[in-house]
Write a protein that binds this ligand. Sequence first.
Ligand code: TTP
Ligand code: MG
Ligand code: MG
Length: 343
Amino acid sequence: MRIVLLIDMDYFFAQIEERENPRFKGKPVVVGADPQGGNGRGVVSTANYEARKFGIHSALPISIAWRKCPAAIFLPVNMDLYGKTSRKIMDIVRNFSPVWEIVSLDEAYLDVSFVKNFNKAGELATKLKQEIFKKEKLTSTIGIGPNKVIAKMAADKAKPNGLLIVRPSDVDDFLNRLDAEELPGIGPKTAQKLLEMGIKTIKDIKRINKKDLSAHFGKAGGYIYERARGIDNAPVVNDDTIKSIGKEYTFEKDTRDSQLIFEIFDSLIFEAYREMRKEKLLAKTVTVVCRYADFETHTKGKSLKEATMDYKTVEKLAKTLLLKFFIEKPKMIRLIGIRLSVI
Ligand code: TTP
Ligand code: MG
Ligand code: MG
């Protein structure tokens, strides 16, 4: 059984502005393009909940936001500050599970299956919310479910400053009470098409078979079919794990036998290369690791000018790096490894 957690910061850009300027609290705040007295041409990045009461939301033309609430506090986007704050938050988030996936500046998934039950996951979530609030003075919302889609939907329902746990046994009830367009992947266009088919709720979607959904919506139809039933097998994966591939080998006996070492190394390069190919990735950086008999461990890496999938190029660079270890220290070798990374 999987337990997936989704954390999303509340009205992120606007909340940071409130934190920096406490006098904004309780007033409508809109972060985005310059409204220019109603003639501005850009859009709203986000608005705090007070401003949302006036119908102001992300992506709304700033001129319309101005008309809806000219008295709101309109602020420009301070991306440096939001980026810095995001990095600090994500440093906290990553400490709560080894399996994390950052989705955007204010949003991340954690696979917390290791806690074994949903109550414990809830306790972990409360701690995470508290730690972010203590260190960054910002509120967040967390959704917990048996997969990413349910976790995301739970967070959407619990906003702001909330925590909602949807246990596997609650999934059907949870979904049956929602409208079709609340299912991630169903945008306004798809929702409109569904409405024309007489489908308004997620419960209604389940009346249509997979073939018909696919006929209407192509590949998305299959996802809609599964998600309406609470099925989503997508793993929580961080970019680092997927974007680099490493292979290593520990010798049965510590050795300096160059023939043996380079023979093993050949097969490590080949295996890593083959996996890169399978993932359709290009190698940009080659890193070689060497652990000596006394466990002293060193790595040497070098980036190519351009990412490549040319075997000879990768092999040549990897072997040059390994050779350096050989020359540098006359110690016995315990382990060698190679890592190919896309950046
Ligand atoms: P969201 O998490 O979608 O929204 P939010 O944090 O402002 O509000 P909520 O409480 O509903 O989560 O987006 C995070 C930030 O990304 C948001 O503060 C501003 C930025 N953003 C844009 O600049 N444009 C957009 O269209 C959206 C959706 C977000
Ligand atoms: Mg948010
Ligand atoms: Mg978000």
